[in-house]
Write a protein that binds this ligand. Sequence first.
Ligand SMILES: N[C@@H](CCC(=O)N[C@@H](CS)C(=O)NCC(=O)O)C(=O)O
Length: 115
Amino acid sequence: MALTKAKEIVSSHPAVVFSKTYCGYCTRVKNLLNQLGAAYKLIELDQENDGDAIQQALLEWTGQRTVPNVFIGGKHVGGCDKTLEKHQQGQLVPMLTDAGAITTKSAQLTNANAM
Ligand SMILES: N[C@@H](CCC(=O)N[C@@H](CS)C(=O)NCC(=O)O)C(=O)O
């Protein structure tokens, strides 16, 4: 079942981005996480056989239908706007670090202002 699969993916990775390859908002989030040196599980829903079912399951679970749909440390963060907002508020790097998605201090220091 798609919801079970989505929950398993989220619970077994420090950070997860459900994305679509052609989505510009997704690209912004992926670029930001890459700049921050964060390791994350990327699921491109448009390349998965059950992508539509997973997207529907994410809607039921989080109330959010759009991509990107970002989870850190098992917690739902939201889409592009919410993720960028968390970074602007200085909360994203601590969340990623606590979750184990960023493991080096240098990554945090070097990339603290990256967008
Ligand atoms: N404000 C949203 C915009 C996200 C958005 O509009 N994503 C589009 C793709 S670029 C989407 O999910 N459309 C519905 C779909 O692809 O099923 C955010 O910050 O993430």
